[in-house]
Structure formats: structure tokens, C-alpha cells
Write a protein of this length. Structure first.
Length: 305
């Protein structure tokens, strides 16, 4: 089944070129189906790129999904046209009286700040509180994962001496969980971050379950509340060229930029990236939608609590 997306969203045409079946609202209203409602709080600077990356993964499911994009009233994006934000995004204030089957909160380029020093932190904590009673299951990605672990469970983040940058092997620690159904014993995940959460802090909280980690980049996936919360420290949603774009962008402006590890063929930036995470990325998002959203959410969405 297709995804229901706002009419004229740029991702629609981009994904049609990849033979991904998407449907705009006009056509979707002709079908008598209760779609799963998914809210995406997109904090990444390049909104359209992140929209397309996430929609590509969410499309790989037989269920019909209705995607709504959320924005912060306290933050004005600098890298996305205001017309795009006004057409496709709604403030949290407008959405907070609604309920959603699933939610995704992305990373944000604010890792160098203490959480309380991020100027939109108060609004973020309001959204965190709201998600617990208005969403069946939420994925927190990269900075949002660290922020959620800190806000809900008091897990601190630690600055890294060098950026964790590249594609690293991950090992499922709870392979029988539905989120890992169909997974191999090892899977790859891109990472691009300047801070980390640590294993000992996760294990010290009985409410948290460390479900995947890497000998190279540490904690990668944490689960809480029986799957109503997943915290993912990397970026399975990344497109093949995302790390390359980050590398070449930063390389031209800074002198402390390392080559992303295990990414370019033969570790040569003149070569194309070797994509090694796409299959497991599709599988993880499909498993999340099926087992932690569709199988758990009530048919009457107002019963979510």
C-alpha cells in the first residue's frame, strides 16, 4: 500500500523516480481505509532531504500511512524555504490535541550545547511529555535519542574527542525482539555525531534495554516501555551519498574533518560509497511499523494513552 502525503510535497516526485508508490491526499481520500497516522518532527537542517529519506523507508510496508510533518514554533529553519514550511508543516501547538499511531523525531545540529542551553529545549520537553500519552510508539534518532534518554531517564551525553563518522557494524543483543525480525547477526549503521551515551549508564537504568551496540561506536539502539520508545544513535535513514556530502562540505571549511570510516570504496573519497545498510534499514522501519505501531495501536486512535 502507498503512503498518504500532502499534495505537491517534493518527495513525491523524487520517490516516484525510484518506483516507490506514494499517494497524495486527493487520491487517498477516495479509499475507505483507516491509515496509520505518523507524525515526523523534522529538526534536520535540510528538511526536504530528510523528508525524502524517511518516506523512502516508511514506504516499504503493506500498510497505508498518513504522514504529518511537525515543526517547532520556537525555531525558524534557515536552510529550507519558508514557503515549504508553511505549506507542509504544522506547529506542535496545532497538533498537540491530536493522537498518532507512530512518531519519528530526528537529530538536530545542536550537539555541542547542553540540553538545557538549546533555545527550543522547553518546547522539546513539552513534545516529549505529549508523545507519551498521544503516540503509540516513537523513534528518537541521533540527537533526539540522546535528548530523550536524558529527559526521560537522566542518561547523560559525553563529548567525543573526534567525530564518530562512518558506517559501523552493529550487533543485536536481543535478536528475538520483533524489531530485529529477519535481521542477520550483524548489521551496518551510519553514524555522524560529536557525542555519545555510554553502555554503563544505560544498564544502570532498569527501565531501559540495550538492544544493539558496536565495538567501534558503542550504544546504537535502546528500547523502553516495551517498544513504545526506541532510541537510535545512528542514521539508518541516510541516503547513500549523505555522509559524502557532509564530508566534502566540512572538508572545505574546517581542518579537523576525518574521512568517514568504512564508507568510500577502498577508503578513497574519489570512489563511490559502498552502501551496506539499506536492506536492514528497510527491515527495521517495516518491523517498527508492523509490530510496534500497527499491532499495538487501537483502531480508535483516541484510545491511545
Amino acid at each position: 500500500m502507498p503512503l498518504r502525503l500532502p499534495d505537491k510535497l517534493p518527495a513525491i516526485e523524487l520517490l516516484k523516480q525510484e518506483n516507490i508508490f506514494v499517494m497524495d491526499d486527493s487520491r487517498a481520500h477516495m479509499q475507505d481505509i483507516r491509515p496509520l497516522r505518523i507524525a515526523i518532527l523534522n529538526l534536520m537542517p535540510l528538511k526536504i532531504t530528510t523528508e525524502t529519506d524517511l518516506i523512502r523507508l516508511l514506504s516499504n510496508t503493506p500498510l497505508q500511512l498518513e504522514i504529518s510533518f511537525m515543526k517547532l514554533k520556537s525555531h525558524t529553519p534557515k536552510n529550507t524555504p519558508i514557503e515549504h514550511m508553511m505549506m507542509f508543516y504544522r506547529d506542535f501547538e496545532e497538533m498537540k490535541r491530536e493522537k498518532y499511531d507512530g512518531m519519528i523525531i530526528t537529530g538536530a545540529p545542536v550537539e555541542s550545547f547542553a540540553f538545557e542551553d538549546v533555545y527550543y529545549w522547553q518546547e522539546m520537553t513539552e513534545i516529549f511529555d505529549w508523545a507519551r500519552t498521544h503516540v503509540t510508539s516513537t523513534l528518537y534518532i541521533c540527537w533526539a535519542a540522546q535528548a530523550g534518554l536524558y529527559y526521560y531517564y537522566g542518561v547523560p551525553k559525553y563529548p567525543l574527542q573526534r567525530k564518530m563518522f562512518g558506517v559501523f557494524p552493529q550487533y543485536p543483543l536481543e535478536p528475538l525482539l520483533p524489531i530485529f525480525r529477519g535481521f542477520d547477526d550483524i548489521f551496518q549503521m551510519p553514524h555522524s555525531r560529536h557525542s555519545e551515551v555510554r553502555r554503563e549508564d544505560i544498564l544502570a537504568r532498569p527501565e531501559l534495554t540495550l538492544i544493539a551496540e558496536s565495538p567501534d561506536c558503542g550504544v546504537s539502539m535502546v528500547m523502553a516501555r516495551n517498544g513504545r520508545e526506541f532510541f537510535i544513535t545512528g542514521h539508518l535513514e541516510y541516503a547513500p551519498d549523505t555522509l559524502a556530502k557532509e564530508y566534502f562540505r566540512d572538508k572545505d571549511t574546517r581542518d579537523d574533518v576525518d574521512l568517514p570510516l568504512h564508507y568510500f570504496r577502498d577508503d578513497n573519497p574519489a570512489n563511490e560509497p559502498l552502501v551496506s545498510w539499506r536492506a536492514h534499514a528497510n527491515l527495521l522501519y517495516s518491523n517498527w511499523i508492523n509490530y510496534y505501531v500497527y499491532q499495538e495501536t487501537p483502531y480508535d486512535i483516541n484510545q491511545i494513552q
